[in-house]
Design a protein around this ligand. Structure first.
Ligand SMILES: *[C@@H]1O[C@H](CO)[C@@H](O)[C@H](O)[C@H]1NC(C)=O
Ligand SMILES: *[C@@H]1O[C@H](CO)[C@@H](O)[C@H](O)[C@H]1NC(C)=O
Ligand SMILES: *[C@@H]1O[C@H](CO)[C@@H](O)[C@H](O)[C@H]1NC(C)=O
Length: 448
């Protein structure tokens, strides 16, 4: 397609779009200056001649749908959990509104749980349980939580469509298995190797179908880490050929943060199942089996070896004592994979070496220390707050920024870091005013 062909819809769009959107699309003034790496809200603005590069969205943790198939090798702990044996694929973490009506919760937990295989140094499903991720490739196939319909890129996708993006043509989605985490070099993940192969094929195909245009990769939250690790896993020549820009919004940093410790100790409500009381505690045994539950614990390098992260009357646990904590809360099985896979990740840093924009919310109360004074890990902790986006601590964002900036600038690669005061971890891509800024950066990434 020629330039005119690409431009025309955009020009028409400019005439039709509502005022707010024109703000994204019309430039204050045309400038050839390469934008500075540092935040400067006034410097953004997208030229009228912007051409939309294809965009691939990598969602946050709970947004990918999983299907399951039970084979003869499955020996359910409750007979009714085997009811679907031999009957093909069905939804596991996908429209879970009927889990509780069918008393399927224990079965859901058993079939979602992972096992760490010591010999293989990898995670797998329990015997007889096969899983797959649904809707790979589509930006419309993310989980629709009935109680949180604004989660998972719904709102962002509508904004992107208003800006001219079209699902399946210029806009794509790359859901992944939320239970696993991308490994550092030297460690295996059969699941993530498969995902990375699929994602690179998607990007190659999309690029080919669009005159060899490069692709923008956008990741939010855990999806930010996934997108970053994906780029790092590719050969340099491949990156240069296919990746236009990496946009990371609230990416979970390898430096870790305190919130995952709270989720691990007390349980998480991220996997929301309607109609279940005390969801966190009930789902906790399942949650603790996920690699994604231990992969972002706070690192001693950033959180220190003297200030406690978890406080009890009997003893405290610093970031350097997370192994002891994992054992103390009663999940000794988590110690070895934590030591072998999560700890090396904290200390591994390699910048993606493609133009990158990183956006974080700051200025919100964010857990920094968890107090379980009576040592009762089933009770909700008292929380000491610090700065961050409600989930990710500011101190880890800054550590991430510093490493990125150092390595990227040394090599002359574009890096821009933006902190949005008051924007929160999840709502940075749903609340109008913050989303507007995210949209500006996506459109600017097209132009750079
Ligand atoms: C979820 O499943 C229920 C029951 O199977 C069905 O009534 C409902 O329409 C589904 N919701 C979505 C969003 O697919
Ligand atoms: C979730 O939504 C359903 C209706 O869609 C409602 O009955 C229920 O109370 C909600 N649960 C929570 C925890 O908000
Ligand atoms: C745990 O840390 C708190 C806060 O830093 C401190 O006051 C307390 O003395 C520590 N407790 C133990 C048992 O070390």
């Amino acid at each position: 397609m020629g330039i005119t062909g690409r431009l025309l819809p955009l020009l028409l769009l400019l005439l039709l779009v509502p005022a707010a959107l024109r703000d994204y699309l019309s430039p204050p003034a045309r400038t050839n200056r390469r934008p500075d790496h540092h935040d400067d809200a006034s410097s953004v603005g997208v030229s009228g001649d912007v051409v939309l590069h294809p965009l691939v969205l990598v969602p946050g943790m709970t947004c990918s749908e999983l299907e399951v198939r039970l084979t003869d090798a499955y020996h359910p702990s409750l007979p009714r959990c085997g009811a679907m044996k031999g009957k093909g694929w069905f939804g596991l973490w996908a429209n879970c509104s009927d889990i509780s009506t069918h008393h399927y919760l224990p079965c859901f937990m058993e079939q979602m749980s992972l096992v760490y295989d010591h010999a293989a140094d990898d995670y797998r499903n329990i015997a007889g349980v096969e899983t797959r991720v649904l809707n790979f490739g589509s930006s419309k196939g993310f989980q629709k939580n009935p109680n949180h319909t604004d989660w998972c890129f719904e709102v962002l996708r509508h904004e992107l469509e208003k800006a001219g993006y079209v699902d399946g043509d210029t806009l794509f989605g790359a859901p992944y298995d939320l239970r696993h985490a991308p490994p550092v070099p030297g460690h295996k993940s059969a699941v993530f190797s498969g995902y990375f192969r699929r994602l690179s094929r998607l990007i190659e195909d999309v690029s080919k179908s669009k005159n060899n245009q490069k692709v923008i990769l956008f990741g939010h939250s855990l999806g930010g880490m996934v997108a970053l690790e994906f780029v790092r896993s590719t050969a340099m020549a491949w990156r240069e050929k296919y990746i236009k820009h990496l946009v990371l919004v609230a990416p979970v940093p390898a430096e870790g943060f305190v919130k995952p410790v709270e989720y691990f100790v007390s349980g998480s409500d991220l996997l929301f199942v309607p109609g279940v009381e005390q969801l966190e505690l009930i789902l906790r045994p399942m949650w603790r089996t996920f690699e994604s539950s231990i992969v972002n614990f706070p690192s001693p390098a950033v959180f220190g070896r003297s200030k406690p992260v978890v406080i009890t009357r009997e003893r405290n646990f610093t970031a350097g004592e997370m192994e002891e904590l994992i054992a103390a809360v009663g999940y000794a099985a988590g110690v070895e994979p934590f030591r072998r896979r999560a700890v090396p990740k904290m200390n591994y840093f390699e910048a993606p070496m493609v133009p990158t924009t990183c956006i974080n919310g700051v200025g919100n109360d964010t857990p920094e220390q968890l107090v379980y004074w009576d040592g009762d890990f089933d009770a909700e902790p008292e929380i000491v707050y610090g700065d961050g986006d409600e989930d990710i601590n500011l101190v880890s964002m800054l550590a991430f920024d510093e490493k990125m900036r150092r390595q990227m600038e040394q090599n002359g690669v574009f890096y821009k870091s933006i902190k949005i005061p008051g924007a929160r971890h999840g709502t940075v891509i749903t609340e109008d005013w913050a989303l507007k800024r995210v949209m500006q950066e996506i459109l600017e990434a097209n132009r750079i």
